[in-house]
Design a protein around this ligand. Structure first.
Ligand SMILES: C[S@@+](CC[C@H](N)C(=O)[O-])C[C@H]1O[C@@H](n2cnc3c(N)ncnc32)[C@H](O)[C@@H]1O
Length: 274
């Protein structure tokens, strides 16, 4: 494991559920429709029809996406989750109570035979992974021919006063400088042309914009920004102080009428394995 992977395992072992806490209650718009969350949106890529359907959630975290699928009670749906954080997997096991087979592994080397799954899903994780080509090669290998890959990845959000307030608060915080060291490899996932290059080996590629509005409310803004990786190495007291300063900054913006247009952008990627 490299430094980035050690960082991610450390954060997710200490704070399982950090992503679903920030995103499970965040409604989003995609292709003209509103969805309760990106988890609900992504779960729609799994067909509801009868018959056996094997689904892998790659980097499943605390099992929020698998739980959306398990709640369907759909006969024949076989759910699998993989993550390299033992803390997240323990949380997923508590949430799912045996309704999914959970495995601890790196995504770059999957412990499944060729053609194991009809659908592979991944929510907010592909852009964190080094060796994207290797990961996608593994996904093609474990998907059956004709199987579906569907993923939510982060996309660049337009500049906003709320985001600037977060950056300013971070720069002014006692630990701000320490976070410069965390470098994510995800640039290749951030624009549509690069995504198309990465997924060149798949067919029927479709990329949709997904947008959440933060509506300028301090609590809603902290619900998202409180979960970002930059803050997870702070002590609880430091993070609470940071949160107080950030919420105060957003409240000032709201009072000035500047915070309303803040939005978060993601992409829904869907493709078929030849
Ligand atoms: C942002 S969280 C998303 C978790 C979950 N999919 C969700 O959205 O709630 C990223 C997850 O990816 C996992 N992860 C990151 N890189 C990984 C890798 N190379 N192999 C396996 N898991 C990885 C982390 O442990 C973490 O659980």
């Amino acid at each position: 494991m490299n430094d980035l992977e050690n960082f991610l395992v450390d954060v997710h072992d200490r704070i399982p559920g950090v992503t679903s806490d920030a995103m499970a209650q965040l409604p989003v718009r995609a292709a003209g429709s509103t969805h309760a969350s990106t988890y609900e949106l992504l779960a729609r890529s799994v067909p509801r029809g009868p018959g056996p359907i094997g689904v892998l959630d790659l980097a499943c975290g605390d099992g929020a996406l698998l739980a959306c699928l398990a709640c369907r009670g759909q006969p024949g749906l076989a759910l699998h989750g993989l993550d390299f954080s033992a803390g997240e997997l323990a949380a997923a096991a508590r949430r799912l109570g045996g309704r999914a087979a959970l495995v601890r592994s790196r995504a770059q080397q999957l412990p499944y035979p060729d053609g194991s799954f009809d659908v592979v899903l991944s929510h907010m994780a592909l852009m964190l992974m080094d060796e994207a080509g290797q990961v996608l090669g593994e996904l093609r290998r474990v998907l059956r021919p004709g199987g579906v890959l569907a993923a939510i990845v982060a996309a660049p959000s337009p500049p906003s006063a709320v985001h600037q307030a977060f950056i300013d608060t971070l720069r002014a915080s006692e630990r701000g400088a320490a976070w410069q060291g965390v470098r994510f490899p995800g640039r290749a996932w951030r624009d549509e042309d690069s995504i198309r290059d990465l997924l060149g080996g798949f067919a029927e590629l479709r990329v949709d914009d997904v947008v959440a509005e933060l509506v300028g409310d301090p609590a809603a803004a902290w619900g998202w920004y409180g979960g970002v990786y930059e803050l997870q190495m702070m002590s609880p007291a430091e993070r609470e102080r940071f949160g107080g300063r950030f919420r105060a900054a957003v409240a000032r913006l709201s009072a000035e009428g500047q915070a309303a247009a803040s939005s978060l952008h993601f992409r829904l990627i869907r493709a078929r394995c030849d």
